[in-house]
Structures are given as C-alpha cells and as structure tokens.
Design a protein around this ligand. Structure first.
Ligand code: SF4
Ligand code: SF4
Length: 352
C-alpha cells in the first residue's frame, strides 16, 4: 500500500477538514502535560510525545449520560406514577488524532470488558463503531514505556486506522483500515525520497530492548495472593489517589449515580477507581479491600492474572490488561512502578 504524505504545515488544515465530519480529539500542550482536547479553531495539535492522558475518554467518557427519566403522575389516580425513559445512543463520528500504539491497543482490551462478556454495552458499542484512531508510531521509548513486555510495540498497527511515521518535512501516513484509507484520500502520495525513508524505518524499527518472560505472571501472582507482607511492602508509598487508573487506557471501573431535579433526572456513568477505599465499601460498613495493600493487589492482579484467566490467549504469551504505556508510572506522585511489582511477583512467586 502506498503511503500518503502529511506535511507538517498541512497538519492543522487536514485536522480542520477531518473536524468538519467528526468530533475530533487532538493532543495539545497544557503546561507540562499533553492532553486530548476537542478540536477548536486555531488549535495546534502537538504530536511530539505521547499524550499524558489516554485516548480512553473517546470511547468511555469520564462522565456520560446513560439515560434520562421523567416521572408523570396519573391525574385520574394520584397513587400511580409512570416513568418515561430515554436512552441517548451516541453515534457522533469521532476521530482521535495523535494516539500512540499503546493507546490504540487499549481499544481491544476495553472491547473485552464492554463487548465480549456476554452482554454488550450499547453506548460503548455505538461509540466504538463510530471512532477512528490516527496514531503516531513511536520513534523512541520514554524510560517508562514497556509496550513490548505486554505484546505491543512502538510501531504496532493493532487498533489504529492510520499510522503516521515521522519523516523529513512531516509524516508518511499509512492506512491500516478502509476507513483510514478514506481519511487519507485528500493527501498526496509520498515521493520516492520519503518512500525510501519510510522503508528504512520499517526495516529497522526502534529497538525497545529485551523483555522479561511474563508467561508465568498469572500463576505466580496467585502464589503471592495471601502474602500480605509482600503487598504491604509494594503499596507502602501509595496515596490511593487513583491517578494511575484515570490515566490508564485499559482501566474500566465506573460508578452509576442518579441526578434528580424535581420530576425528572438523569442516570450518569462516571469513571471510578479501584484504588479508592470507598470503591468496595459495602452498605453494611464492611470493606473487603480494606487497605492500600488489598487495593494495589487487586489492580495488579486484574491486569496480570484475572484478565488473562478470563480471556485466554491462543499464544504462549498471555493477554494482559495492560498495554505497557507507562502512564501510571510517569504520573504516579510517589513513583509506584508497576513493572517492578510484576518483576517482584515473578521472582518471589517462584520461591513461594
Ligand atoms: S498513582 Fe500512585 S499513589 Fe496514586 S493510587 Fe496509583 S499507585 Fe497509588
Ligand atoms: S497499567 Fe499502567 S502501563 Fe499498563 S496500560 Fe495501564 S497505565 Fe499503562
């Protein structure tokens, strides 16, 4: 397939053209952070480094309206009240510009939760079908990146519709899906020089270094499950702030609340975090995950044991609910590093 050329100076124009047909989310610099924001006139997308936030919000908004309801009294029988429900199905075509391969892979893992557990989530499904990812291939790894540990890679095409490769003067854009091909149709084909540059990049992709064998992570996690000294040690610094979960492209915990205003109201779904003490607090006052150690164990266990058990992979390498994006490491205020926890599990779980 011939790649298309996206000149740096044409980026804002093509983004504006895409924004005419899509709700476009593009990364912009805000202080030290790079955040996805809805497209606005005079916006300057920043594709120079992975966004601080993940593209998860395009598929699973921080807060969304699940339904609205209205109560109506029966005037002839005031003991009767009828409830009318309206379920808004999101169908707005959406385009995420500037995602990274780890973000795009996160889509597959969110699909497992919202589409592949027997019951499909209609809001997620509608949004998923209507969302395209234009991803930037990574030229270098940050010291928090470990996508290659968990089955991804800096140039992985998985989950993307278009993959952009930085070349002289802009990007070589490769369509991965038919929808991606349509997006790129207005762009010129790359010239021979850029084609050569792209071929060289594809022939020698950025080398992420050796990855540990994580195939035994699920069973070793289970061996350490009851070792609370181990988990207290791992979670000693954790502040239970939840930043790691909010920035994670695969964390999917949510809460559902109703907001009433007189005889009408709405039901909202909002991101939640299993790192919060309130997350599992039961009405009786009992909390099965009473300490930070219990909560961190759950988060790591979900990603590296429960998910691979629930969704067995056809390959020797299990599928983990972690894309190795490193956001939880980069943004944790006390530098809790999920990589070192997994390595400790591998080592200490072997001896238990
Ligand atoms: S970001 Fe760090 S401190 Fe905050 S909950 Fe996650 S591990 Fe704990
Ligand atoms: S657990 Fe951390 S490294 Fe893994 S996908 Fe989530 S934020 Fe990224």
């Amino acid at each position: 397939m011939v790649a298309r050329f996206l000149a740096t100076e044409a980026l804002a124009d093509i983004a504006a053209a895409w924004a005419r047909d899509h709700r476009l989310l593009a990364p912009v610099r805000e202080g030290a952070a790079v955040l996805y924001r809805p497209w606005a006139k005079d916006m300057h997308p920043f594709l120079g480094r992975p966004p601080t936030s993940s593209a998860k919000e395009a598929l699973l908004p921080q807060t969304e309206n699940l339904l609205t309801y209205t109560y109506r009294k029966d005037r002839d029988d005031l003991t009767r009240t009828e409830v009318f429900l309206a379920e808004p199905l999101p169908q707005e075509p959406t385009l995420v510009l500037g995602s990274r391969p780890c973000d795009a892979r996160g889509r597959k893992l969110l699909d497992r939760v919202f589409l592949e557990r027997g019951v499909k989530d209609p809001l997620y499904e509608a949004r998923r079908k209507a969302t395209l990812f234009v991803t930037v291939a990574c030229e270098r790894l940050e010291n928090t990146c470990f996508c290659h540990w968990t089955g991804g890679g800096p140039m992985s095409e998985e989950g993307s519709d278009v993959l952009l490769f930085a070349v002289s003067g802009g990007f070589a854009a490769k369509a991965i899906t038919e929808a991606g091909e349509q997006l790129l149709a207005p762009l010129p084909e790359v010239g021979p020089q850029v084609q050569e540059e792209l071929a060289a990049k594809l022939a020698s992709p950025v080398e992420p270094g050796p990855a540990p064998d994580l195939s035994k992570a699920p069973e070793r996690f289970l061996k350490l499950f009851g070792d609370m000294d181990f988990w207290m040690d791992q979670s000693a610094r954790c502040l239970s702030c939840g930043v790691c979960t909010y920035l994670c492209p695969t964390c999917s915990c949510f809460n559902i609340t109703d907001e009433n205003s007189g005889m009408k109201g709405k039901r909202l779904r909002t991101w939640d975090t299993c790192m919060s003490a309130l997350y599992t607090l039961e009405g009786s006052g009992h909390n099965p995950r009473v300490s930070r150690a219990h909560r961190l164990r759950n988060r790591v266990g979900h990603k590296f044991c429960y998910h691979p058990q629930e969704f067995p992979a056809a390959t020797a390498q299990p599928e983990f609910s972690c894309t190795g994006c490193g956001r939880c490491i980069k943004s944790c205020p006390v530098s809790v590093d999920i990589r070192s926890i997994v390595l400790d599990i591998l080592e200490k779980g072997d001896k238990s």
